[in-house]
Design a protein around this ligand. Structure first.
Ligand code: HMG
Ligand code: MG
Length: 309
């Protein structure tokens, strides 16, 4: 079996506190979100997507964004990111004292017009005009800017999405100064070759070091899709502890691929992540216990089972 140009080290961004919890119907207290972030950084995660500065009417679960950002005991070497869809979101993130600012902001667009309308209430073209000043203002302050491209293989409203749509959005993001793009399979319908084509489309405008994969696991394909991108040399992925999550505007879509499962895969292949899988499993158990659910991570369940035997 040829495994192409596999990376030696992979960087994982745990999006559990944001993507994972944004869809929870019952309020999760800020203290629990903060504790989750602390446990993730103690487990060796160096990139954590903490919250989003979006409308609390649209996503009530993220209404405590400022409280969460201000409550984190920051660990040196860890980078904290937040979603900011417009100038109002960026202003709110920067209204905190500078020590609580995010290292990175995320503007989030889509390769599907219908999803763009449902998720952020504007067209793709309008979204770029909203993002342009956000990107400029963040970069001016030395804050790194990532762009998320949703629905890069399939959309809950439009069905299949052609790679050309991904290429277009990647080009538009590049034009407005977005430094890194995340290729997202929002509803988890992708399979390896489709995801590789979407990634390839983003790579027409971004270097290998400036792209990441963000795969929801609705159809159980996210690990396969991760491996397919690893084979392309992609070394950055968003994952969610305990496989938490879903998007309020993508009905039925489940969480991101579980961080524990990706760490198990990578370590099993001799690829370094800097993450302590045991501590990560404890972090996943903490939030799963709080939510009163079993973890969505198969690796975590298997290893927890071994602990009790
Ligand atoms: P809008 O209604 O078009 O905005 O929403 P507006 O400028 O017309 O303002 C309307 C109201 O929203 C006003 O309040 C504003 O103050 C308020 P009102 O006067 O009615 O009381 N508002 C805000 N409040 C707080 N923070 C803000 C903000 N902006 C406006 N930043 C907006 C546009 C984008 C804000 C809205 O559509 C929204 O919040 N959408 C939420 C989208 C979201 O969070 N989706 C989930 C995250 S994306 C995702 O999960 C996908 C990803 O994981 C990748 C993948 O898997 O695909 C990233
Ligand atoms: Mg997502």
């Amino acid at each position: 079996m040829s495994l192409g140009k596999l990376p030696l080290h992979v960087k994982l961004v745990d999006v559990g506190p944001r993507d994972g919890l944004q869809n929870e119907k019952s309020p999760v207290p800020a203290a629990v979100k903060i504790e989750l972030v602390h446990r993730l950084q103690d487990a060796g995660l160096t990139e954590i997507e903490v919250t989003s500065f979006v409308s609390p009417k649209w996503v009530p679960q993220m209404a405590d964004n400022a409280e969460v950002m201000a409550g984190i005991g920051r660990k040196p070497g860890v980078r904290y990111s937040v979603l900011t869809p417009n100038m109002q979101g960026l202003a709110a993130a920067l209204a905190l004292p500078q020590g609580f600012w995010p290292h990175e902001i995320v503007v989030f667009g889509a390769a599907s017009e219908a999803f763009s309308q449902r998720n952020i209430n504007c067209s793709i073209a309008e979204s770029m005009e909203r993002f342009r000043p956000v990107v400029a203002a963040a970069r001016e302050k030395g804050i790194y800017v990532r762009g998320a491209i949703s629905c890069t293989v399939g959309c809950p409203y439009e069905g299949d999405i052609a790679p050309e749509r991904v290429e277009l959005v990647a080009r538009l993001m590049k034009d407005i100064g977005v430094q890194h793009v995340g290729v997202a399979d929002t509803i988890g319908v992708g399979t390896p070759l489709k995801v590789q084509r979407a990634m390839d489309a983003a790579l027409r405008h971004y270097d290998l070091g400036d792209v990441s994969g963000h795969f929801h696991d609705t159809y159980g394909q996210a690990l396969a899709n991760t491996l397919a991108c690893l084979e392309m040399g992609v070394w950055q992925f968003d994952t969610s502890v305990a496989g938490l999550g879903g998007c309020p505007y993508a009905k039925g879509a489940t969480g991101n691929v579980a961080t524990e499962d990706v760490v198990y895969l990578l370590h099993g292949m001799g690829i370094d992540t800097g993450i302590d899988l045991d501590k990560l499993i404890d972090a996943g158990q903490f939030i799963s216990d709080f939510l009163g659910r079993k973890s969505n991570s198969r690796a975590a369940l298997a290893l927890l089972n071994q602990r009790t035997n």
